[in-house]
Every structure is written in C-alpha cells, then in structure tokens.
Design a protein. Structure first.
Length: 705
C-alpha cells in the first residue's frame, strides 16, 4: 500500500456561525487526485451543512483499476478513507462521496464499486475537416475551439464515469503538427499553429486530469488539402470528398506514417489513434486495406518514442466497394491481422451495433455491412477486445432517457470478450445549442441531454444502479417535479427504440426517429415515413412481425406465434406509453409556476408522448390499409382513415408543443449534396405538417374511389 501524503485544510463558517473543517490527504503532483481534491473543495463550499470532515486517499495495488471503496468513521466529525488501485478510481470515489454528502452528510455509507467495462467512450465528431459538410456541423467551430466548452464537457464525462474521449475527423493532423518531412501539408503560420497546439495540449491535459484517455480517429487515405494540391495526389481531399477509391501513392503512405509518429511524439498526453477501414479505401480488397493500415498506422505508432494504444475498427466491406458488406473470410483475415499487431493492449476493436442505429433493439442483428459471425470472439481473443459502437443518428432535438434499454443491452452484449462501448453520432455535434430558441437558451448542446449521458455513462460503469440514482438527480435539479419528468421521459423515450426496431435502417440518413423521417421515403419531399413505407418493411427486431406477415396470419385465421410482437400490439404499447406520459405531464405543464429549464425538459417529454401516439396510429392505419388493399374490406379502409386522422391530430399537437421552444435547425439528414458544398435545409416538425396532411388525403382518396 502506498499512502497519499499531501495535506490540505479548509474551514468554512456554516449556519449559526459554526465552523466546519475539511482536511484532505492526497498525493502531490498527481493531476487526477488534484482534480478530485478541487471537486471536493468546491462541493464543501457549496454545502455548508457538512460536519467536520477528514478525507484521505489511498492507493492499494490489490484493488482493480477504476474500482474504489470507502471506509467511514464517525467520532467527533466524519473521517473517510477512499481507496483504489489507481487515481481515477479515487476520483470516482470522491465524486460518489460528493453525491452522498449532497443528500445528507449524516447518512454517508461505506461503498465498494468496480467498473463493469474498462472502456467507456464518447464518439465526438469534430467540425474541423468534418466527416460531412454543412451548417449543422460547421456552426460548432468556434465552440469547439473554446477550452471553456471542453472543461464543461470533460467535467460531465468524469461525473458520468466516461473514461475515453474519441475525436473524429477526416484528417485533423495538419491542425496539430507541421510534418518535418512534408511541411507543405500545413498552411498555418507559425503563430496560428502555435495557437492550435496550445489548444490540443490543453484539451489532452484537461482530459488526463479527469482520468479520461484521448484518441484521434481519422478516415485513412485522406490527406490535408494543402498536401493534395501541392503533390497532386488524393485530390478528393481538397473538398473533403470521403467516399470512393483511395489514392495509394507511395508519398501518401510516407506522409501519413511520419505524421503518426511525429503526432505521438508532439502530444505525450494523447493516448492513441484509430483508423476506419472504409470510406476512401474503395477499390481495395479487404486484405489490401488491412495491409495499408499495418504498413502506415501501426508502423508509424511503433516508430514513436513512446507507446500508444490503437483503435482498429472492423472492416466495413468484404469486397472492393465502400457501401458495406461482410463475410466470414474477411473476419478471419482481419482477426489474424489484429492478432499480429504488437502494440499496447488490449487493442480496441470496434463494431457498429446495428449499423448506424444502435438505439433500436438490444439484440445484435447486424453491423456496418451485414451480419457479424462469431469469428472475432470464438475462440476468445487475447490481445484485443470487442467494443460496441452505439451510434445515434435518430434523436438530437429531444431529450432522451431509457435506462432499462441500456441495462438490457449490457445484459445481452456484455460477454467477457467485450471491452466496452462508445456512444455518439456522425450527424450531430453536441457543442453549440442550435436547437433551443435563442431567448430560452442557457448553455451548451450536451447540457440539454444531461440525462442521456448520465444513464449511459453511469450504467456502463455500474450496470446494477437503480433508477433511484437518476430520479434523485432529477429531483436535485427540479425539485418535486423531478420524478414526474424522469418517469414521463422514460415512457416517451421508448418510441425511437420501437420505430428503429421496426423500420430496419442501415446508414445514417435512412432513419431519423424524432422526425419520423427517412431518406428512403421517396414519395414525399419532406421524407416523412408514410404508411406505405411501414407496410413494406421487414423489422430489424426478429420478434416483431411485419405488417404483411401479420395480415397474412389474420387472413388465414392463424394466431400470432408465441413470443412474437404483432404490429397492433406494438401500436398498443406505444399508445399506452404516450398516454401515460401525457397524463403525468398535463397537470404539471398547466402550473404557471413552472419555469425554464424544467419547462423545456417537460416539453421534450411531452413531444415524445405525442410521437408515441402518432407512431401507434400510423401502425394501426398501415395494418388496416394493407387489409383493405388485400381484401377490399370497406370497413378496414374506414379504420385506416380514422387512424390517420388521429395521427394528424397528434402531429398538430406536437407542432404546438415545440413551436415556442425549438427553433428551425439545420439537419444533415436533409442536406442537398453538391460537388462544391451543401445546401442546408432546416428541420422542425411544423415543416412536415403538409406531408402529414397530404398522406391523409391520399389515403382518403384511395379508400373512397
């Protein structure tokens, strides 16, 4: 055991003039412990009801990484020993203690916790040479250059026990270094580069202070625009074109290899790098893609003066295309290649869970490209672990919280070969709040989704946490109405999960749940998902019956197989959740004493409730309309029309609910892509109202003809 030995003393005059004392023992020159001490001091000053308290940090080698335990003694004051196998565990113990002391200093308890997964990451797409272009991403540039934003974001990550920040860009390296061999790749002046480097160093250092590892992930055979222009190679990099064949010129490989090495030597606090075996690797076989990564990235990392970790994303394509495919032979080849890599482990091997729509069924149905066999974990790997990427392209504007979904996900997918999870989006950057109307805006975008981050992060650390933890957090923010908000939001937050499980989408823009939109819905310019699209779909969730399957069973007089969910039962479940949420919310929202920010949170919960009922009525209409078309039953046509009329009412209520809180926002899903840029169209539910009405009129005409 190695005891910490820096002694810090604070005193505070509390209620009635009583002096409370805080004594802290921690290790000198340890940035994580220093941050933990700072957080304890801040909390002590805010909560003067604490008794005299002494807190001591201890490192115990026999304790596991990021675990912690506390010992409590009550004599004349409060003496607490926080122990862990590492400083990050001590930080988590301190944050746990702060939560307990905020509730009641007299009820602080002995706690023993350990991390469920060693890797708990956020995927954060940068606006600097971003994966896509358009105002929805570019508007975040100033915020993402502001270290105050990152301080707040990293505080949130630490509070929620996220321990890895992955930063994604097509090619950010010319904003980080001037390659000594290829200085022409960076067009920044020395002063500009120095400013950028101060930014990156500060960001990585702040992350390290909070026990957070940092990774930069890029899309491979893409170079800086200046390098492309100068050498007339990979010229698709000039306008950030990321899909298609990659330029395998020898100079590109050398530029990237030397860039990787110099980057790691320049930023000692950067934990590692990652690559994507897709995008600008079209025209290459899976083996050629893998060899390029080994020759460039792995060799570049190994040449650095220090060790670094490596994120190896699973291949997106089993052929020479970039659109997505899978095969057992590609899995076998990739596993052999990963097992040959000699880098600090375990290597972080990442797979997109259910492609770009991880908030769907918690069952693994597919990854980017198709089904995933058991090649990567049978037999169990030794130098790598699987990490699930839970992409979210389905809801940004509405707050979300459904902890039971996360618990089920971990239960089904948390095998020993799984090292952890990422959560994040490709189409949304949680920096500037461009969703809330300006007069009601109060902070950063990620702060709107504070519960989303809390339930994901805390459950990835401790999947045994109960809802009481999240309810208390809501009550701490919003008082007596906190539990109502939490319960109503969890009811409504099932809606996007159900729609994604039914609709069976693939890449990013094939589904946007909160907008009830898909770029596959070609029948209307607004891309509203109509009853016709619902009728055509084979659900992602294997237990869901499609509308066609269900109507065929009805027509044959056969029962629904045991364990299967038919569309009408799914509709009833969605309707029930929406109705329950509304019944809770309506009396609270009528209270004139309700103010922002609680009012904004309640509005989002109500919006989900209306969307839940809208989805229910669309399913009911789709079933009836398909029966009408199949058997020409007039009664079914009337049922289809009546359900769509009720759906229209819910959409009108949705528009009315959100009109004074949510502004028209740029949305990547509906960009009109052009060669030299993108024409950004905006989203609000009111913009889809014409399509909702048009769909009703079309079905009325069909039934009445």
């Amino acid at each position: 055991m190695r005891k910490a030995f820096l002694f810090i003393f604070m005193s505070w005059i509390g209620p009635g003039g009583l002096i409370a004392e805080l004594k802290l023992d921690s290790e000198p020159d340890n940035p994580v412990q220093a941050y933990a001490v700072k957080r304890l001091q801040q909390s002590f000053l805010r909560h003067s009801g604490w008794p005299d308290t002494r807190i001591r940090f201890e490192i115990h080698a026999e304790l596991t990484e990021e675990s912690y335990q506390t010992r409590i003694q009550r004599n004349e004051g409060l003496e607490i020993v926080i122990s862990s196998g590492c400083s990050t565990g001590l930080l988590y113990g301190a944050l746990d203690l702060i939560e307990q002391l905020k509730l009641n200093p007299d009820t602080v308890q002995t706690v023993k916790k350990s991390a469920r997964f060693p890797f708990r990451a956020i995927k954060f797409n940068l606006p600097f040479m971003s994966y896509r272009r358009g105002n929805a991403l570019a508007l975040h540039e100033a915020t993402c250059r502001d270290l105050k934003f990152w301080e707040a974001y990293l505080d949130m990550m630490a509070d929620n026990r996220f321990n890895s920040l992955t930063l994604w860009s097509l090619h950010p390296f010319h904003l980080m270094i001037r390659n000594e061999k290829y200085p022409e790749a960076c067009e920044l002046t020395d002063a500009e580069l120095a400013e950028w480097q101060m930014f990156w160093r500060s960001l990585f250092a702040m992350a390290q202070e909070r026990g957070i590892d940092t990774y930069v992930v890029n899309w491979n055979i893409i170079v800086s625009p200046a390098f492309a222009r100068h050498h007339k190679v990979a010229e698709y990099s000039i306008d950030w074109s990321y899909i298609g064949e990659g330029d395998r010129s020898e100079i590109i490989g050398d530029y990237m290899r030397t860039t990787v090495t110099q980057l790691l030597d320049t930023y000692p606090n950067l934990t590692g790098l990652g690559v994507s075996l897709g995008e600008r690797m079209g025209g290459m076989t899976p083996k050629e893609r893998e060899q390029w990564v080994l020759d460039v990235f792995v060799d570049g990392i190994q040449a650095a003066s220090r060790p670094a970790r490596f994120i190896h994303r699973l291949p997106f394509s089993a052929d020479k295309g970039s659109g997505g495919s899978s095969s057992v032979s590609t899995e076998q080849m990739t596993r052999q290649a990963i097992e040959s890599i000699d880098l600090p482990g375990p290597i972080i091997t990442e797979a997109k869970f259910n492609w770009s729509h991880g908030h769907s069924t918690p069952k693994l149905i597919k990854v980017h490209g198709g089904k995933l066999g058991d090649t990567y974990w049978n037999p169990p790997p030794e130098n790598y672990a699987i990490h699930w990427m839970i992409r979210n392209e389905d809801f940004f504007a509405l707050r979300w919280c459904e902890p039971d979904f996360i618990r089920k996900h971990i239960q089904l997918n948390g095998a020993d070969y799984v090292g952890g999870y990422y959560i994040g989006s490709e189409c949304y950057i949680p920096a500037a709040d461009y969703i809330t109307v300006p007069e009601r805006r109060t902070g950063y975008a990620f702060e709107r989704q504070w519960l989303f981050y809390m339930v994901w992060g805390r459950l990835l650390y401790d999947s045994e946490l109960t809802d009481d933890v999240f309810i208390r957090a809501c009550q701490e923010r919003f008082g007596a109405h906190g539990e109502t908000l939490f319960t109503a939001l969890t009811h409504g937050s099932k809606m996007p999960l159900r729609l994604a499980s039914f609709f069976n989408a693939t890449w990013d823009f094939t589904l946007y749940c909160e907008g009830f939109m898909s770029n596959q819905a070609k029948s209307n310019p607004e891309r509203l998902i109509t009853v016709n699209e619902l009728i055509k779909k084979t659900p992602l969730e294997p237990d869901y019956l499609s509308i066609k399957e269900f109507v065929d069973l009805q027509s044959a007089g056969k029962p629904v197989p045991e364990g299967r969910m038919d569309p009408l039962r799914l509709a009833e479940a969605s309707f029930t959740d929406g109705s329950r949420a509304l019944s809770m919310l309506e009396p609270v929202l009528r209270d004139p004493a309700i103010k922002d920010p609680l009012a904004l949170e309640l509005v989002d919960a109500k919006a989900w409730a209306h969307l839940s009922i809208y989805f229910a009525e669309k399913l009911r209409s789709a079933v009836a309309l398909h029966r009408y078309r199949k058997h020409q039953e007039a009664e079914q046509g009337e049922i289809a029309v009546a359900a769509l009329k009720r759906a229209l009412l819910q959409w009108e209520l949705l528009v009315a609910t959100t009109e004074s809180s949510h502004r028209d926002m740029p949305l990547a899903h509906i960009h009109t892509y052009k060669h030299q840029g993108e024409d950004t169209r905006s989203f609000h539910w009111k913009r889809l109202l014409p399509a909702v009405k048009r769909e009703l009129n079309q079905v009325v005409r069909e039934v009445n003809k």
